[in-house]
Design a protein around this ligand. Structure first.
Ligand SMILES: Nc1ncnc2c1ncn2[C@@H]1O[C@H](COP(=O)(O)OP(=O)(O)OP(=O)(O)O)[C@@H](O)[C@H]1O
Ligand SMILES: [Mg+2]
Length: 366
């Protein structure tokens, strides 16, 4: 398949030699049944690559199931993947198929594989090796005809050295590893992507073609894109949506990109993901306190400016309220990108999902 056809069929656009190489590997491995590991920073296109691999395989007419391992609570992930027999544990009133069985005949995309709890990792390795599944509480195994596509935005090598990820599973997965380069290492793709996203936006909204001036172009090429293609797409879409003149200028982008810069500077804070619940809670409280301190500093500046005296009152605030505020703020700041929000908050993605549920924070999807 030519690069042109590939781009149109899978909506994955590129021009850089780095991505051309990646796509050649994708086409080569797609037709086999081999397990693939896609590694790349958030927003580099891992989901699109998984779809392309499935779409080019002999299983294309069957289902591609997607499971985000980081979003399933640790306590139920094994039963979600492997299924269970009736009575296997309290609450298992009926037998249920897990994702491995549901994907039978097709492909299963296991996203955020680095978040798979260690005890489940060993069981997954067995599935890869034997192609057999043992539901929780079952006595006999069932066959699984599944093609596995896995992805991670973590450096699994590092996770292995921290004993968070099993070495044997890592070796098994990395035998076919597709590394998606971050956007800042393939800047040749930026002009093509910019034009593509503008064209799509105008087409979808039935408006005349919006142009973009040279300075804005330069800014977009210069910028380091910590959120990669997703961030570029969001930046173009919000600039285009707010634009009134028909020409995008650098001012149309500066505000958004600066917000992202602030977000990325948070990344320099020590990150302790995957900690125990107690540590995660502490992280949340800490980031909430940092927020409060920032607010206080701002408040003081305002008060000093007005030359007024500060009169403070003691309002006891519950930890729950503080956490809820911190989560809300983080989600708003990261444009509802849960992964970024979790990094900013210094908690794991799983804890974030749990908190959103616990606090009934009814928020937009990613
Ligand atoms: N090469 C590309 N051409 C066009 N659109 C792209 C490309 N790469 C990514 N995108 C778009 O960017 C967004 C993010 O891509 P995707 O969800 O595949 O990234 P990801 O690597 O899975 O991110 P995450 O780690 O956050 O899950 C999507 O809207 C996708 O359509
Ligand atoms: Mg993804």
């Amino acid at each position: 398949m030519s690069h042109q056809d590939f781009q149109e069929r899978f909506g994955l656009y590129y021009r850089s030699p780095l991505m051309r190489e990646v796509v050649e590997v994708i086409q080569q491995v797609a037709v086999t049944d081999i397990t693939v590991l896609i590694q790349g920073e958030s927003g580099t296109g891992k989901e699109l690559v998984a779809q392309a691999i499935h779409g080019l395989s002999s299983r294309a007419s069957k289902k591609l199931l997607s499971v985000n391992c980081g979003a399933i609570p640790e306590g139920i992930i094994e039963s979600e993947l492997f299924g269970h027999q009736r009575g296997a544990f309290t609450g298992a009133v009926e037998s249920r198929k897990g994702y491995f069985e549901l994907a039978d005949g097709g492909s299963l995309f296991l996203d955020e594989i680095g978040e798979l709890p260690r005890p489940v990792q060993v069981k997954f390795l067995r599935v890869l090796e034997t192609k057999e599944i043992l539901r929780i509480g079952a006595e006999t195994v069932s066959k699984a005809d599944v093609r596995f596509i896995t992805a991670t935005n973590k450096d699994l090598n590092l996770e292995v050295s921290k004993k968070k990820f099993r070495e044997d599973l890592f070796y098994r997965l990395r035998s076919v590893m597709i590394e998606l380069p971050p956007l800042r290492k393939r800047k040749e793709d930026i002009p093509l992507l910019v034009n593509k996203f503008i064209t799509d936006f105008c087409f979808r909204n039935k408006i005349d073609r919006i142009r973009i001036d040279d300075r804005a172009y330069d800014l977009l090429i210069e910028y380091h894109w910590p959120g990669n293609v997703r961030e570029l797409k969001n930046a173009i879409e919000s600039a285009a949506a707010l634009n009134k003149t028909g020409i995008l200028t650098s001012e149309d982008f500066e505000k958004n990109l600066i917000t992202s810069l602030q977000t990325s500077s948070h990344r320099n804070l020590p990150v302790h993901l995957n900690k125990t619940t107690e540590e995660a809670e502490r992280g949340l409280i800490l980031s909430a306190l940092i927020e409060i301190k920032k607010d206080l500093v701002e408040l003081k500046t305002v008060l000093i400016k007005d030359g007024k005296e500060v009169q403070t009152e003691d309002h006891p605030v519950s930890i729950k309220e503080v956490q809820k505020e911190a989560i809300k703020n983080a989600l708003i700041k990261t444009h509802y990108n849960k992964k970024k929000a979790a990094t900013v908050l210094n908690i794991s993605l799983r804890t974030l999902y749990r908190k959103i549920k616990d606090y009934s924070l009814n928020l937009r999807e990613d």
